[in-house]
Write a protein that binds this ligand. Structure first.
Ligand code: E4P
Length: 219
């Protein structure tokens, strides 16, 4: 399973990239707003360009337009920023039309804000490179987000779509485990959760004990 980081914070991206495990990045308008606030300045294009230089893998950048023409125009502009940009379009009628148009121009599209499996099927049929089911936001309303992912993986397994299932709105390490168990192609993970994945109290205790025992004979 590929691991993406879900943030626009370039410090977090650099730290995650330094681990050598980072396959890509997803951003969204809220994450960008947070990054611009953190810096106290900045334009989204500059931030996208910076992220694309840090990480060679796919970097998703979302269109803000709600209409088809606007999404296609913005999508083409965003795709011009770097060769690893993936244009994020929401799952709406306009978003699906824009996905078709952009993917026919060989621009990779990540269809976002997916909350049920048939939405993912429609996005795949429109030519999406990625579909992003939001598991945490479904869990938040007491609907099991991972069941949606299981359904999407099953449906995609029946056909030969090139579309990758990108598990989004990940909130904890169990979401990451479940995504891997289901065979999702990608999980996009906030930095805080990536850090949680790296630590286990028994690993820490184990190191402390080994170090203490080693000191007995190394002086
Ligand atoms: C995915 O690409 C989105 O940026 C993200 O996963 C949304 O997560 P949230 O529900 O925690 O905002």
């Amino acid at each position: 399973m590929k691991l993406f980081i879900d943030t626009a914070n370039t410090e977090e991206i650099r730290a995650a990239a330094a681990l050598g495990l980072l396959d890509g990045v997803t951003t969204n308008p809220s994450l960008l707003a947070k990054e611009i606030e953190r810096r106290g300045r900045g334009r989204q294009e500059e931030i996208f360009a910076e992220i694309c230089e840090i990480v060679p893998g796919p970097v998703s950048a979302e269109v803000l337009a709600a209409d088809y023409e606007g999404m296609v125009r913005e999508g083409r502009e965003i795709a011009g920023i770097a060769s690893n940009v993936v244009v994020k379009c929401p799952l709406t009628e306009a978003g699906l039309r824009a996905t078709r148009t952009l993917s026919e121009e060989d621009i990779a599209v990540n269809v976002t804000l997916i909350f049920q499996p048939i939405q993912a099927l429609l996005a795949a049929k429109a030519g999406a490179a990625f579909v992003s089911p939001f598991v945490g936001r479904l869990d938040d309303i007491s609907a099991p987000g991972m069941s949606m992912v299981a359904d999407i993986v099953e449906v995609f397994g029946n056909y030969s779509f090139a579309t990758e299932v990108l598990v989004a709105s990940v909130r904890n390490p169990v979401h990451v485990l479940d995504a891997a168990r289901l065979g999702a192609d990608v999980a996009t993970i906030p930095y805080g959760v990536i850090k949680q994945l790296l630590h286990h109290p028994l690993t820490t205790i184990g190191i402390e004990r080994f170090t203490a025992d080693a000191k007995k004979y190394t002086g």
